[in-house]
Design a protein around this ligand. Structure first.
Ligand code: FES
Ligand SMILES: [Fe+2]
Length: 390
């Protein structure tokens, strides 16, 4: 059995063991993913027509996000109300109804049980109305669909708090988006190593950005007490671009450099970015203690011209994904943090840390101290006691 994890006294340190401990991972699934948090599962633009659906995992629980015949989006547990079979296995599609293949119970897209063969011989008093797919609490912000398995989760606007403005900005301002496509990846790292490092790192990591002489302009970070983090920054014009074969790839056609980048990191691990002309929602799922799956969903704004849509697709795949400027470096760092975390001791946050005994919310652009309110929240949520001694 592993030694109990000791949470350090200093608020700028976290124990590396939290990234590799299998028992802790099981507790996180129950406490965080099946607990009182909202989880974003889809954007309305992914399932825009009646009958459109998408399947996802909420922690370990399979769910279906479905646009009903009535145009209402609902989230159901992906489990037949007969014997519990997983009903839908496709990752997305369009259905008139969801049919469970085991005994052919058929559910309408609004979840109602429509057909159950042989029901005249079912147990006395059987009522189809009581056997609809089980629906989760849902809420929507700028087209982003959230669900929670808990009745104790606060209203979505309260839960989002101060991050809401940046989130709206990242989703094109009004959330009226059009789906361009997906890239799906499994990172060889714990979900916390992914979430702690995606959307934030000092601009030292990305070689492509350095070659372009491109660092962030002015900007800000806003952490919330419940673990979210919002980034806003201007983009400095790129001066050194002539060595590129096609400099138009890094043009800003839709983005005002002054309003630049918007990144919202939502607890526990969803990242929504508008960086350059790339609008991207990263739906993450913990698969195991050492594996995290992320679906990168790319969007254009609904009002974009055809030319702008083409530009967004080219820029998206040149920035992110297997051929992108930055994704290989990101994936490597997530994995190397995981490997390094099998050694004893703590990881430390330094830049911008003013006090070691109190979490601060006064954070500048590129400070590492912006991550600390989230870690403090996580520490309390998971019931860790801080060490008394430094
Ligand atoms: S388990 Fe689904 S119809 Fe029996
Ligand atoms: Fe990165």
């Amino acid at each position: 059995m592993n030694a109990p994890i000791q949470w350090p006294k200093a608020v700028n340190e976290i124990p590396k063991a939290i990234f590799t401990d299998a028992e802790l991972y099981e507790r996180e699934i129950e406490t965080i993913f099946h607990g009182a948090q909202w989880h974003s599962l889809a954007h309305r633009a992914e399932i825009s027509k009646p009958g459109d659906f998408k399947t996802m995992l909420l922690g370990r629980m399979p769910v279906i996000v479905a646009n009903g015949e009535d145009g209402k989006i609902r989230v159901f547990f992906n489990s037949c109300t007969h014997r519990g079979n997983q009903v839908e296995t496709a990752s997305c599609g369009n259905r008139k109804a969801f049919e469970c293949p085991y005994h052919r119970w058929m559910f309408r897209t609004n979840g109602e049980l429509a057909v159950c063969p042989g029901s005249e011989e079912f147990s006395p008093g059987f009522d189809k109305k009581a056997y609809g797919l089980r629906e989760l609490r849902t809420a929507e912000f700028c087209g982003l669909i959230f669900a929670t398995a808990s009745a104790d989760t606060p209203p979505l606007e309260t839960w989002l708090g101060q991050v809401a403005g940046t989130l709206a900005g990242a989703l094109g301002g009004d959330g009226r988006l059009k789906l361009l496509g997906y890239q799906k990846v499994r990172y060889a790292s714990n979900w916390k190593a992914y979430s702690d490092n995606d959307g934030y790192h000092a601009p030292l990591l990305h070689v492509g950005f350095r070659l372009l002489g491109w660092q962030g302009g002015q900007g800000s970070q806003t952490p919330t007490p419940n673990g979210h983090l919002a980034f806003e920054s201007q983009l400095k014009p790129i001066v050194n671009r002539e060595f590129l074969k096609d400099p138009s790839l890094i043009d800003l056609k839709a983005t005002d450099p002054e309003s630049g980048s918007r990144i919202a990191q939502l607890f526990p691990h969803t990242v929504i970015t508008k960086h350059m002309d790339v609008i991207n929602v990263r739906f993450a799922t913990p698969i195991s203690v050492d594996c995290t799956e992320v679906h990168y969903a790319y969007f254009a704004h609904a009002d974009d011209s055809e030319e702008l849509v083409r530009h967004r697709i080219r820029q998206s795949s040149n920035l992110l994904g297997p051929c992108g400027m930055i994704s290989m470096e990101d994936a490597s760092i997530f994995n190397r943090i995981h490997i390094g975390s099998f050694t004893p001791g703590n990881a430390a946050f330094q830049k911008g840390v003013k006090r070691f005994d109190e979490v601060g919310f006064d954070v500048k652009q590129n400070d590492e101290s912006g991550n600390l309110p989230k870690w403090n929240y996580y520490c309390e949520l998971m019931g860790f006691q801080r060490s008394e001694v430094a």
